[in-house]
Design a protein around this ligand. Structure first.
Ligand code: B12
Length: 329
């Protein structure tokens, strides 16, 4: 028997998340599994859907960061419960290492991908959030996996994802990438030299089934953008402080939020430089505008940020050009 309509489970799970009721959340996933729900569908249609709703509530200012943390603890416990069941299935394929790039603290998406791949018979090893590139290289040497899966939610983790791709492909190991930072298509993944990209957990399963067993080392990225991204990375703390204090973002009385906006925008520039995908910038500007709008900030703030940013980045010509061309009107 298979359970296909997960709508009632989602409603109960969302209520449990809102109440931070781990017992009920675990009961929802365990009952759905016992009723024949497919583990990957259960994760994507219930746990992931509920997590996205949590993010939307934070973005609209309805939920605090503390509440978001508590909700994530519930989702993590539910994912672990599904993974425990899935680990009883026999291993029928090779070994995959699943990792978050360095600077990436969104660990739950990697947990979900780990669970999905394990359910398809892969012998998976899940590394934690923000895996240092050196530690990853050591794991690749020690475990000799058949593939590496890398999850990135934040644009700021794409440069280290590139380092992971270099380390793995230098040893012939194919790399599957995914997560919101890679965007809605495979352009960024291809630019960074990944072997494959997929949009979700079901896509990850399909992509690994057909991934080549051995790959060539990733082609070097173009010198100019790489050099400028490295310079921006070195100057990041200084730029972040200068831009945050010059931009009248504190007009809406939340310095932390203003700092996050500037931080994410600087990271979007890194991402656009390394992947040649200017959408990283325009998408981040939209995100900032919605965030400011939902907090009742004055409407001129995004444009003021553009002016401040352009002035601060005058010594970075490629970044400056991207700010001109990619900033949505
Ligand atoms: C929980 C959460 C956190 C937690 C994470 C805890 C944890 N253990 O995971 C904490 C508190 C650490 C956190 C921190 C931050 N967060 Co946060 N977070 C979230 C939240 C609410 C849920 C994330 C999640 O679990 N989603 C569910 C997952 C499973 O869905 P998914 O990521 O889309 O994954 C699917 C696919 O993308 C794909 N996939 C994912 N990985 C991979 C890998 C491979 C190989 C493949 C093939 C596919 C694949 O398959 C998955 C399943 O189908 C999101 C909201 C949201 N919309 O997701 C915000 C969100 C991602 N966070 C956001 C922000 C801003 C931050 C912070 C900057 C805020 C702050 N100052 O604290 C920091 C940055 C930390 C960092 N550098 O990493 C923003 C990002 C906006 C942007 N433009 O980038 C979001 C979107 C919130 C929002 N609505 O604005 N966050």
């Amino acid at each position: 028997m298979t359970l296909t309509d997960l709508t009632p489970a989602l409603t109960r799970f969302e209520n449990a998340v809102a109440e931070v009721d781990i017992t009920t959340a675990l009961a929802v996933v365990e009952e759905a599994l016992a009723a024949g729900a497919d583990p990957v569908t259960l994760l994507t249609e219930v746990v992931v859907a509920a997590q996205r709703a949590v993010g939307d509530r934070w973005q609209r200012g309805e939920w605090s960061v503390a509440r978001e943390h508590a909700a994530t603890a519930v989702a993590t416990a539910a994912t672990e419960a599904v993974t425990r069941q899935v680990r009883r299935l026999p291993v029928t394929r090779g070994r995959v290492v699943v990792a978050c790039a360095e600077r990436e603290w969104h660990a739950l998406p990697a947990m979900i991908i780990d669970c999905a791949l394990r359910s398809d018979g892969w012998d998976t090893t899940l590394l934690g959030a923000s895996t240092p590139a050196l530690r990853l290289s050591q794991y690749l040497q020690d475990l000799g996996p058949d593939a590496l899966a890398v999850s990135c939610s934040m644009l700021g983790s794409l440069p280290t994802a590139r380092r992971f791709i270099e380390a793995a492909t230098a040893a012939g190991i194919p790399v599957l990438v995914g997560g919101p930072a890679f965007g809605a298509d495979d352009l960024r993944a291809q630019s960074l030299g990944a072997t494959a990209w997929a949009p979700d957990a079901a896509g990850a399963i399909q992509a690994l089934r057909t991934i080549p067993p051995v790959v060539a080392p990733a082609v070097p990225l173009p010198d100019g953008p790489v050099t400028e991204q490295a310079a921006l990375d070195l100057a990041h703390t200084e730029l972040l402080t200068t831009i945050t204090s010059d931009w009248p973002g504190d007009a809406f009385a939340d310095v932390d939020l203003a700092r996050d906006c500037v931080d994410l925008l600087l990271h979007a520039i890194w991402a656009a430089l390394l992947t040649a995908d200017p959408r990283a910038i325009s998408e981040t500007v939209w995100w900032i505008s919605e965030l400011l709008n939902s907090r009742g900030a004055p409407p001129h703030l995004p444009n003021a940020l553009h002016t401040t940013m352009t002035r601060a980045l005058r010594d970075y010509p490629l970044a400056g050009a991207l700010l001109t061309t990619a900033w949505p009107s």
